[in-house]
Design a protein around this ligand. Structure first.
Ligand code: NDP
Length: 434
């Protein structure tokens, strides 16, 4: 703890992880004897760099860039890039730590990494975004490659940014399709990658409900965020017969009594790159509540899908979820629920689906994008979507069965952590002390 003083998010992720795998370590002392946990907790490499760029007025600016290459036991480092003013070493380390176990759960050969910058893309022109991405890649390219480290998108980094990053990488290193995933389709991107995290989240919930002889039909849902993950979670939930009534951004939330109109949401967020408040302007059935948390909205619903950012649901918001009668919280975002709130949900019998399992669909399809790039082929949307659902079903069952074996049935957090850890730890032992 002393070594990572001030790195609150990172400590939170580690402190959530370690106690949950204790029952597994007790039954498998070899990992303790080999000091595996201490070794695994150390990132293999932390890269921090300066990113100078010029704004449209000709001012010289600079931000800090990061890439954390946390663990490569299972394959090349893999994980997104986040551009957001809150990015710091703690956030990069927590995200890359989570990514190790998430990637392990997908069953694909991917290690864990994450990167990004404290650059704020909000309000920047297209030219400024492009110049920033090019400067960022000038340094990052030294550390990545199809068999080394394969970044993708995250908050503030979508297909546009990945396109600029890919173009810059290409000019320095030639065409290597498999160096980045989440690419625009003409640059070798995979169909269904844009949809994958949101769709995968809803597939996870679908299989959870199927185990209870239930379906999504008629379910009332509230989501947070209105970015890549939220939009496609809403789309898939609607396709499967549920209705999503609210979503949010960092300025407030929108409630639509007729259910969120996904096409309008896409038009506002993806095409116009406008704020969510525009949604309520365009739709009579909707209201926008400025500076309010969607998790403090009094409204009876069944499923909460946090898809914005870390620590958005603490105990206060959790109590509102209880009051609203929510029965499932499934995380599209990374660590959106604080540990204290997870305990609260458990006490009230609310099923908690941790992000490292429930939002693994994005990185899973990134893995499939790498496979398609390696073979110079593209699969149809239907094929990728089928594979995605199969992977999400496997992840769900793996978490469920692992929880039943080692701790309490329905403890998906422990199930995900143990199942993810076992594969990584086993690979580390087989690879020897390297
Ligand atoms: P986007 O940038 O597309 O969207 C992020 C959304 O969350 C926006 O609506 C944004 O609002 C909101 N948001 C971001 N930061 C905050 C904040 N501090 N407070 C309130 N709202 C905030 O990102 P994604 O949809 O890609 O990512 C969302 C979450 O999902 C992240 O936790 C990410 O790590 C996780 N994730 C993403 C994957 C992917 O494939 N994209 C894969 C797995 C996990 P505003 O526009 O106002 O900032």
């Amino acid at each position: 703890e002393a070594k990572n003083k001030g790195q609150d998010e990172y400590l939170q992720a580690v402190q959530e992880f370690i106690p949950s795998i204790a029952p597994f370590l007790e039954k498998n002392p070899v990992y303790v004897e080999k000091n595996l946990l201490d070794i695994l907790l150390l990132p293999e490499r932390l890269i921090q760099f300066r990113v100078p760029w010029m704004d449209d007025e000709g001012n010289w600016c600079a931000n800090t860039g990061y890439r954390v290459q946390y663990n490569s036991a299972l394959g090349p480092y893999k994980g997104g890039l986040r551009f957001h003013p809150t990015v710091n070493q703690s956030i990069m380390k927590f995200l890359s730590f989570e990514q190790i176990f998430k990637n392990s759960l997908t069953g694909l050969a991917m290690g864990g990494g994450k990167g990004g910058s404290d650059f704020d893309p909000k309000g920047k022109s297209d030219g400024e975004i492009m110049r920033f991405c090019q400067s960022f890649m000038l340094e990052l390219q030294k550390h990545i490659g199809p068999d080394v480290d394969v970044p993708a998108g995250d908050i503030g980094v979508g297909a546009r940014e990945i396109g600029y990053l890919f173009g810059a990488y290409k000019r320095l290193n030639g065409y290597e399709y498999g160096t980045l995933t989440g690419k625009p389709l003409p640059l070798g991107g995979s169909l269904a990658r844009t949809e994958a995290t949101g769709y995968g989240l809803v597939y996870f919930v679908k299989h959870l409900l199927a185990d209870q002889n239930d379906t999504l039909t008629g379910k009332k849902i509230v989501a947070s965020g209105s970015g890549n993950v939220a939009i496609y979670a809403i789309e898939k939930a609607h396709q499967l017969g549920a209705t999503v009534y609210a979503c949010s951004d960092s300025s407030g939330y929108v409630f639509d009594s007729e259910g969120i109109d996904v096409e309008l949401l896409k038009e506002i967020k993806e095409v116009r790159r406008a704020r969510l408040s525009e949604y309520a302007v365009a739709r009579e059935s909707a209201v926008y509540r400025e500076n309010a948390s969607v998790w403090q909205m009094p409204f009876a619903y069944d499923i909460a899908l946090p898809c914005a950012t870390q620590n958005e649901i603490d105990v206060v918001q959790g109590e509102m979820l209880v009051e609203n009668g929510v029965s499932i919280v499934a995380e599209g975002a990374n660590m959106p629920t604080t540990m204290a709130c997870v305990h609260l949900l458990n006490e009230h019998g609310i099923v908690y689906c941790p992000g490292k399992a429930a939002n693994a669909g994005g990185v899973a399809v990134s893995g499939l994008e790498m496979a398609q790039n390696a073979h110079r082929i593209s699969w149809s949307f239907e094929k990728v979507d089928r594979e995605l659902e199969k992977i999400m079903k496997d992840i769900y069952e793996n978490c469920r069965d692992t929880a039943e074996t080692y701790c309490t049935a329905g403890d998906f957090l422990a199930g995900a952590n143990i199942a993810g850890f076992e594969k990584v730890a086993d690979a580390m032992i087989r690879e020897g002390l390297v």
